[in-house]
Write a protein that binds this ligand. Structure first.
Ligand code: COD
Ligand code: ATP
Length: 196
């Protein structure tokens, strides 16, 4: 049976990956959103809440995982982050397999995976598109977010494969440094190429 072409979509913090993923979805391409899956599984009644509470006591409440305290506990402690990933990542893989079964007949699907290079997922997709923008644009976007600090930004960057390396390893580059309209046109062109 034929299967969809799997495009992995990734990019560092603030590069515009979520915005670009929404453009693919708007064009009718099924998008697997790894972050959204994680949030759902960590939210109220989510399947990962009990395991996370057991590993990080006090890190959950009635609404599920308390993201800020858990983030504070793991961003800055690689060993703790690895323990959290050990709980979260296998569940994401299961969800992704289910998604592929659901959209088995589509010509193209997108895996929106922030940590595609970091966690070795690049081998499980047919091509990788990297969303990127100049460093100053990235910095301005990220620091404009509520609760973000220079120190937190620097630390998250240190956990992520550098943008230059991502771009070097990309099969396709999607630039978000200029207007949304230009990015949208680039996305449409890429869809046309991949489904031709
Ligand atoms: C610790 C948690 C609860 C903090 O949530 P919070 O809403 O505060 O932050 P958010 O998830 O938006 O992440 C902020 C930034 O850190 C990056 N980031 C998140 N997890 C990781 C990680 N394991 N390694 C490197 N960078 C990471 C994200 O890509 C993003 O750029 C959450 O990040 C989490 O559960 N992370 C571990 C699971 C994971 O690896 N998720 C990534 C998608 S599969
Ligand atoms: N050409 C463009 N393409 C994409 N986003 C743009 C563009 N111009 C401006 N933006 C803005 O930049 C921001 C990018 O945020 P977005 O949440 O998409 O980034 P992200 O890479 O998914 O971040 P994170 O990894 O932190 O979740 C949005 O507010 C978006 O409107």
């Amino acid at each position: 049976m034929s299967r969809p072409f799997i495009l992995g979509l990734t990019g560092s913090i603030g590069m515009g990956k979520s915005t670009v993923a929404a453009m693919f979805a708007g064009a009718g391409v099924p998008v697997f959103d790894a972050d959204a899956e994680v949030r759902a599984m960590q939210g109220a009644g989510g399947e990962l809440v009990a395991a996370i509470e057991a590993e990080f006591p006090g890190s959950t409440g009635p609404g599920g995982v308390l993201r800020d305290p858990l983030g504070a506990a793991v961003f800055g402690d690689r060993e703790a982050l690895a323990r959290l990933e050990g709980i979260v990542h296998p569940a994401v893989v299961r969800r992704r397999e289910a998604f592929l079964l659901e959209y088995a007949g589509a010509p193209l699907v997108v895996f929106d995976i922030p940590l595609l290079f970091e966690k070795g997922g690049a081998d499980r997709v047919d091509a990788v598109a990297v969303v990127s923008a100049p460093e100053d644009v990235q910095r301005a976007r990220v620091l404009a977010r509520p609760g973000m600090t220079e120190a937190k930004f620097a630390h998250i960057l240190s956990l992520q494969t550098p943008d230059a390396e991502k771009r070097a390893r990309a099969d396709h580059l999607i630039d978000t440094g200029s207007s949304l309209e230009e990015t949208e046109i680039a996305v449409e062109r890429l869809i046309a190429r991949l489904t031709a």
